[in-house]
Ligand binder design. Structure first.
Ligand code: MF3
Ligand code: CO
Ligand code: CO
Length: 267
């Protein structure tokens, strides 16, 4: 399947969808507290997307080949859950770390972003994993420009994670995004510099590394969606949608509440 380049008009629509996804994360942030259920976070997000934004939550009933339809409007992945956690009755407690992943459709285009949240005070180890994973996402994003190659991104992410003794989940990756939720290319979060697809201005894709404190191995729960670390170590993920430009990149999933980029040489 070919990579779809976005026209300036399409990029403008992607900018709107991206901002809306980020604004859902801004909206839900103060609700991520001890005692709330992940199901309540889903319901609040769903109402905000549909009623306030006039947008559509892309995960709801999303059913890629081999999967049953995803039953909720956001993904909530807690502690050793890597990604695709299904919101439900789980009550968040102090010390939990939670990834909330939001994808909205507006005017035919998708915006996809996730952030990590702390419930109360995290352990030192959990805080460090979350910070380093954020740096990993940005190390990847900072490689993006026309003429760079996907392996440049993957290798920057992998190097930063492994420097800290962490491991990169291999089975899930970033993805092209636009009129469809998941388009080509696959954006691996590991690899070698100077390899892989060459980037062109107008490409839009996500960078969304999943980084484990322990080993890289994962398994899927019986619900058919939730991914967890096999060794039960903590896992973190951050996600932005980006547009490739001639001189670099534009992050499409920004908002007033998005955390600032980390210092350039964060190690
Ligand atoms: N938002 C996820 C991603 O970053 C995909 C979630 S698929 C769902 O690609 F069905 F679980 F929502
Ligand atoms: Co994504
Ligand atoms: Co996502």
């Amino acid at each position: 399947m070919a990579v779809v380049l976005k026209t300036p008009d399409e990029a403008a629509k992607m900018r709107v969808a991206g901002r809306l996804a980020a604004e859902v994360l801004d909206y839900i942030a103060p609700h991520v507290r001890a005692g709330v259920t992940t199901g309540r976070l889903n319901d609040l997000s769903h109402a905000y997307i549909v009623q306030v934004q006039g947008a559509t939550p892309a995960p709801l009933n999303y059913a890629p080949p081999g999967y049953k339809p995803f039953p909720k409007s956001i993904c909530t992945s807690v502690n050793h859950q890597v990604c695709h956690g299904i919101p439900g009755d789980r009550v968040l407690k102090p010390g939990d770390i939670v990834n909330i992943d939001v994808t909205v459709i507006k005017d035919g285009f998708h915006g996809d972003s996730s952030r990590m949240f702390f419930v109360g005070e995290p352990s030192i180890q959990a805080r460090r994993l979350v910070e380093v994973t954020y740096e990993c996402m940005w190390a990847g994003i900072r490689q993006v420009r026309a003429g760079a190659q996907l392996g440049d991104l993957g290798s920057a992410i992998q190097a930063h994670a492994e420097q800290h003794g962490y491991s990169v989940v291999r089975e899930f990756c970033g993805h092209g995004i636009g009129r469809r939720f998941h388009e080509d290319p696959q954006v691996l979060h590991y690899g070698k510099p100077g390899t892989g697809l060459r980037l062109e201005a107008g490409m839009t894709f996500t960078v969304e590394p999943m980084i484990n404190a322990g080993k890289a191995a994962i398994r899927e729960l019986a619900d058919g969606w939730t991914i967890v670390t096999k060794d039960h170590s903590l896992s973190a993920q951050w996600e932005h949608t980006v547009l490739v430009t001639e001189s670099g990149f534009e992050v499409l999933t920004t908002s007033a509440g998005a955390p600032p980029p980390p210092a350039a040489a964060a190690a």
